[in-house]
Unconditional design. Structure first.
Ligand SMILES: Cc1cc2nc3c(=O)[nH]c(=O)nc-3n(C[C@H](O)[C@H](O)[C@H](O)COP(=O)(O)OP(=O)(O)OC[C@H]3O[C@@H](n4cnc5c(N)ncnc54)[C@H](O)[C@@H]3O)c2cc1C
Length: 301
């Protein structure tokens, strides 16, 4: 269970206390504030705080005194222009702070995004909970035969049952050993900072993660993409849904130019031009490698 009844009560209490403010408020984001959005079997993301809204991007771009312009269409047009031309610093004026509960192996991928601020639950100071990510049967897949970094067909029958059993058994065994080493019952008890090294990577950790909107978009582009591993992608998708409600105009531009758009190499542009002129072009006379051609054909057919 991602949250205990006490934690849910704390969240509801926090949501019940409102303060008048002169700061920019995004109605879409207010609806998410503090609430936990469940991810995987025990994880969640919840927005703890945010700064700025769509107007703050426009305001920073114009270095103006007020909040954007009076014309929403003008603001949206400017945001689209900024996104189209990689004018990134106005997007850095908005920030989001999240509380995330995630398996350690997902945290290892996530922490590679260096342009954020992180504070993680200390397993030197505290004892980790007995919570492990066990994939749902529809995610228990074999190694992909075409992508070295991906998964292919689902495991089935006795193999699927055996793998699930192994994952559960090993997690339980490691946690039992962790508790036994920590125990001070009739022994000194191993330090928490050492006992934790026996725990598997599917144990859950938690952190606060703060990032500006420009770098959040970079994170989402990489991790909400279908090439990203499912277990981090579902977190990115949950954050993307909140971001869409927070800064709808900026998110729409991001979806259009980054998630839905693509960049073309000079060679790819040349092939497209030749095709538009009616020429049949193959990989051999495209100047592209086989890998480049495969990716080109994935997008352009
Ligand atoms: C599908 C996928 C597969 C991956 N596979 C692997 C893998 O096999 N092995 C592996 O090690 N990683 C892998 N990664 C991680 C990847 O290489 C990046 O580390 C990760 O995506 C973070 O991206 P980033 O560095 O652009 O983000 P951030 O750290 O947030 O940085 C954002 C941008 O800021 C700039 N920047 C930040 N810090 C510096 C710096 N110190 N010096 C110069 N510029 C900086 C860069 O322009 C960078 O793009 C993979 C990522 C994905 C999405």
């Amino acid at each position: 269970m991602p949250l205990t009844p006490d934690q849910r009560a704390e969240i509801e209490a926090a949501r019940a206390t409102a303060q008048p403010t002169l700061r920019a408020v995004s109605p879409g984001m207010e609806a998410h504030l503090y609430r936990a959005h469940e991810v995987l079997d025990h994880g969640f993301i919840r927005v703890i705080d945010y700064m700025g809204d769509d107007s703050a991007i426009v305001q920073a771009a114009r270095v103006s005194y007020g909040a954007g312009t009076k014309h929403v269409q003008n603001d949206e047009g400017l945001i689209r222009y900024l996104m189209r031309h990689w004018h990134s610093t106005p997007f850095e004026m908005c920030e989001i702070k999240l509380h995330v509960k995630l398996p350690v192996f997902v945290a290892r991928q996530w922490i590679r995004h260096r342009t954020a601020n992180v504070n993680e639950y200390s397993a030197r100071y505290s004892i980790l909970d007995r919570e492990f990510y066990i994939p749902a049967p529809d995610q228990l897949a074999a190694q992909s035969t075409v992508n070295n970094q991906g998964r292919g067909d689902l495991l089935s029958g006795p193999e699927a049952a055996r793998v699930l059993e192994t994952l559960k058994r090993d997690a339980a065994q490691c946690y039992d050993d962790y508790e036994a080493m920590l125990s001070q019952d009739g022994q000194q008890g191993l330090a928490r900072e050492l006992a934790r090294m026996n725990l598997p990577m599917n144990i859950y950790t938690q952190w606060y993660w703060k990032v500006d909107l420009h770098n959040l978009f970079h994170f989402l582009r990489l991790r909400a993409d279908h090439h990203a591993q499912y277990e981090i992608r579902v977190y990115a998708e949950a954050i993307a849904a909140c971001t869409k409600d927070w800064v709808p105009a900026a998110y729409a531009a991001f979806e259009d130019y980054r998630m839905g758009g693509t960049t073309l190499s000079a060679k790819a542009m040349a092939v497209l031009k030749r095709r538009l002129a009616g020429e049949a072009v193959g990989q051999e006379d495209s100047g592209m490698s086989k890998g480049e051609w495969r990716e080109f054909v994935e997008v352009w057919g």
